[in-house]
Design a protein around this ligand. Structure first.
Ligand SMILES: Nc1ncnc2c1ncn2[C@@H]1O[C@H](COP(=O)(O)OP(=O)(O)OP(=O)(O)O)[C@@H](O)[C@H]1O
Length: 258
């Protein structure tokens, strides 16, 4: 069989990645795997398994202790200044608590996604061009929220706020979207709206999406592939058509005593 581009050219690679926090806690232990371009990857595992740590090594919110993280075949560990800013522009991120400026309008929150492109003072002063505003409107359209353009962020439901956060990330024109427990504080209906939005961006825009989830059911519903972490180690890695209940249970077993 002929190798496809995604097989030969992963967008992200972890090579023997270890992360030990300053207090000695092992965050990640010898992580090795590739993420093909355009994949919808879900990372599952118990609380403290290392999911957030893993995600944050990709955009260098966390530094690794050893090994290599490659984005587009380039090791990002030594990136500084311009190179690091360029890396972070390509990677959108959303969080459990949305991280919006609650008293600001939806439009202003979305426009703040341009902070990686403009000096911060320009964003703070709100010096955006008509073209920027048009892009903010288009980003909100992608998450079906144009009607809320001039609402204050804290007037929106949790699910809507998370979609504003997604629109803000879209302003970066990202190749990769990291989502750290994006639905942990949402009810089932709004959860579906957020997960469907991420899936649509993955399918229609080709954005590689990596989501940390506690819910195995949601992982099975949305993922192309599921990886499982336990105590910082990769203990599970299967494409969705090979995921089984028994396999998933293995992620949640506690380690036998040595
Ligand atoms: N800044 C830190 N300093 C020290 N240890 C940390 C730090 N951040 C995380 N840890 C530890 O690293 C391990 C992995 O944490 P991490 O937050 O990545 O797990 P997680 O799977 O995302 O958990 P959760 O689902 O609760 O968010 C845990 O033992 C955690 O206590």
């Amino acid at each position: 069989m002929q190798a496809t581009a995604t097989q030969t050219n992963p967008i992200i690679s972890f090579k023997h990645v270890n992360k030990i926090y300053d207090n000695g806690t092992v965050g990640l232990k010898d992580i090795n795997f590739d993420i093909p371009r355009g994949q919808f990857l879900v990372v599952v595992g118990l609380s403290g398994a290392g999911k957030s740590t893993l995600l944050r090594t990709i955009n260098r919110m966390h530094e690794i202790t050893s090994g290599e993280v490659l984005v587009d075949n380039e090791s990002v560990s030594d990136y500084k200044g311009k190179a690091l800013r360029h890396l972070r522009r390509q990677i959108g991120m959303i969080f459990q608590n949305f991280n919006l400026v609650k008293r600001a309008t939806v439009e202003k929150n979305v426009l703040s996604g341009l902070v990686g492109y403009y000096p911060t003072w320009r964003c703070v002063l709100g010096l955006f061009t008509p073209h920027d505003r048009k892009r903010a409107f288009q980003a909100l359209d992608r998450v079906s929220l144009t009607k809320k353009l001039f609402s204050r962020a804290d007037e929106l439901s949790g699910g809507q706020q998370q979609r504003v956060a997604i629109a803000r990330a879209l302003m970066q024109d990202p190749k990769i979207m990291l989502a750290d427990e994006p639905i942990a504080s949402l009810d089932p209906r709004t959860t579906k709206a957020v997960m469907d939005t991420l899936k649509r961006l993955n399918r229609e825009d080709g954005i590689t999406v990596i989501v940390n989830l506690h819910s195995v059911e949601l992982a099975r519903e949305y993922a192309d592939r599921i990886v499982g972490l336990r105590s910082g180690e990769l203990v599970y890695d299967e494409p969705i058509d090979q995921v089984t209940e028994a396999g998933l249970n293995q992620i949640y077993q506690t380690k036998p005593e040595a």
